[in-house]
Design a protein around this ligand. Structure first.
Ligand code: HEM
Length: 471
């Protein structure tokens, strides 16, 4: 009754049901897996501010976006993040991505970010990225020879990205490129996601069911013990000064001078969380990049010519100077950044005024990169993949900088963005050097590549087959 007639949010446009229920929003996000597209359509229909649930508003306003996501913001991640943790539903400690408390978050972030600066990555891990990119190209080549040239790049890129981030986290490479993914770990992720997602969506039912002695339910709500167990290798290798030293060795060495430090459990937990955050993200954007380039023959030729000029061994720094390569990456992140969905935040205790509307404390507000990146006033013909838009001075225009958010923004911006960029540069260069004249397979169509998403995007057809030259 309050939500329909008295809430200050009643003044915000939106579908008629929004003051009563958020079920249509959940249906479009979770069942139809069209979260970003649906939210974007809501903006087209109702404007920059749209109420989509009794206590939730979508925002397409760059001023509000910058306010909500600035450094030191009081708009904190909502509790849904805690349910994406590999511990039992809602149970601390939380990983870097999931922590909602700003003080605890910034303590861990300060330590871990030492391992993710571009300079540090280039000095210590560029060789690993090079080597894994080489391995994945070899793997694709071999499969192409035995399969009439056809390979599924959507299957291959996660193997590479998973090997890279696991090596950084654990100090050891799992060699997924050579051996395939760790099925036990994937099953662990899925069960944890399903169990915690259910607990979040139906808390009352969860609090009753969790007391029942049903082994399958107990397993679903046990967090992700496989991941925590694997994470222990990260703890062991963080004590190593030898070849097996990982990013946490740096973090801990530095942390000894500061206080506080990371507990063993937090290292194991964060190692797992970062592997999870750093695998499908980079891999999916890379998949869309290759698809977009192969869909455009003249772009493909320009890119192939540019990377063919490279003299091996070339560095990541050298790749950063290639205009077409970097324009293609920018355009991919604009349209196919892996995490373009609404990022939910709570309005702080003091309430807030955004876009002239008053928001009471506790309202969920969410901005999404999908919509910020498709603003026709900032990006002409926004739905068209046109790398040339980046070849002039577009990236330095103020309105572009303000709307640019493939990696989020402010204090919760992606910690792995330099690593992701490096992998995108190296993998793209290697692919288009090795596989000149690659084509899309007949099964790869605009329909099969249509973007589905709840949080991370994926192609509707769960595959992206290409035909590689085999001579
Ligand atoms: C193209 C690749 C990637 C994209 C598009 C991407 C995107 C994002 C976005 C949008 C966020 C903000 C989420 C939010 O505010 O709710 C984020 C956070 C995060 N990302 Fe990435 N990411 C990518 C690659 C990676 C990699 C390689 C790693 C591994 C290190 C990583 C680790 C994280 C972590 C740990 C956070 C949480 C940071 C914090 O809250 O302090 N991501 N990412």
């Amino acid at each position: 009754f309050y939500n329909v007639f008295f809430s200050p949010l009643r003044k915000i446009p939106g579908p008629w049901y929004a003051s009563i229920t958020g079920i249509p929003k959940l249906y479009n996000a979770i069942i139809r897996r069209k979260q970003s597209r649906w939210s974007h359509d809501m903006h087209k229909k109702y404007g920059q501010y749209v109420r989509v649930a009794p206590d939730e508003v979508l925002i397409d306003d760059v001023v509000a976006f910058r306010e909500v996501h600035r450094m030191g913001t009081h708009f904190l991640k909502t509790k849904i993040y805690k349910f994406l943790n590999p511990t039992p539903p809602g149970q601390p400690p939380y990983g870097l991505f999931q922590e909602t408390d700003p003080v605890r978050h910034s303590n861990v972030r300060r330590m871990v970010s030492r391992g993710f600066s571009l300079g540090y990555l280039r000095t210590n891990w560029e060789g690993t990225v090079h080597e894994r990119v080489k391995a994945v190209v070899e793997g694709m080549k071999k499969e192409a020879v035995s399969n009439h040239g056809e390979v599924d790049i959507y299957k291959w890129w996660p193997l590479m990205a998973g090997d890279v981030i696991s090596t950084l986290m654990f100090g050891e490479c799992p060699h997924a490129v050579e051996q395939g993914l760790d099925d036990e770990l994937i099953a662990g992720y899925k069960l944890n996601d399903a169990g915690n997602g259910f607990a979040y969506s139906f808390p009352y039912i969860y609090h009753i069911l969790k007391w029942l002695p049903i082994p399958s339910l107990k397993r679903a709500w046990a967090g992700n013990p496989v991941l925590i167990e694997r994470g222990k290798r990260a703890v062991e290798n963080s004590r190593e000064v030898s070849q097996k030293a990982n990013i946490f060795a740096t973090v801990l060495a530095e942390a000894e001078r500061d206080d506080p430090t990371l507990s063993d459990f937090e290292i194991a937990l964060n190692a797992g969380v970062l592997v999870f955050a750093g695998t499908d993200t980079t891999a999916t954007s890379l998949t869309y990049l290759v698809w977009a380039v192969l869909s455009n023959p003249s772009l493909m030729q320009d890119l192939e010519n540019e990377v063919a000029q490279l003299q091996p061994p070339y560095t990541d720094e050298k790749l950063e100077s290639l205009p077409v390569l970097n324009a293609v990456i920018k355009e991919t992140l604009r349209l196919y950044g892996a995490a373009p969905a609404p990022l939910p935040r709570y309005v702080p205790r003091e309430g807030a005024v955004l876009g002239g509307y008053y928001f009471p404390a506790g309202t969920t507000v969410a901005t999404q990169a999908w919509t910020l990146h498709r603003n026709p006033k900032v990006f002409e013909n926004p739905e068209v993949f046109d790398h040339k838009r980046w070849l002039g001075g577009l990236a330095s225009r103020e309105e572009v900088k303000a709307s640019w958010a493939p990696y989020g923004a402010g204090s919760r911006i992606c910690i792995g963005m330099h690593l992701a960029d490096m992998e995108l540069r190296m993998a793209t260069a290697a692919f288009f050097r090795e596989f000149r004249g690659a084509k899309l397979a007949a099964s790869t169509t605009p329909e099969s590549m249509e973007v589905d998403n709840t949080f991370l995007i994926e192609p509707h057809g769960h595959a992206c087959r290409v035909v590689l030259p085999t001579k």
